[in-house]
Design a binder for this molecule. Structure first.
Ligand SMILES: [Zn+2]
Length: 95
């Protein structure tokens, strides 16, 4: 039985011994000063060295979702621009 199955795995090019598997993880990214968590985000993870690569489509989808103007990797770049007015404790929000 050799079903043509979609290649959902590929060799890791970091350690070249492991295999990258598609897994769904919680992705963290910064939107301005807000830390956004995205559950069930597709990522390729090496089963040997743990190298992580994010699905390009999912990345661009997320980028577009969060901010259509930016298409680059997120990073904390403006340490000077910290808020001087910390928000009051969160009010209970109905869910
Ligand atoms: Zn690896």
């Amino acid at each position: 039985m050799t079903e043509p199955q979609e290649t959902q795995e590929y060799p890791c090019n970091e350690c070249s011994a492991g295999v990258m598997h598609l897994k769904f993880i919680t992705y963290f990214t910064w939107l301005g000063e807000e830390l956004i968590t995205v559950p069930n985000f597709p990522a390729w993870i090496c089963d040997v060295c743990g190298r992580r690569e994010y699905d390009k489509k999912a990345r661009s989808w997320l980028t577009a979702l969060l901010n259509p103007e930016t298409g680059k990797d997120v990073s904390i770049k403006n340490p000077i621009r910290t808020r001087l007015d910390p928000r009051p404790p969160t009010r209970p929000t109905p869910e």
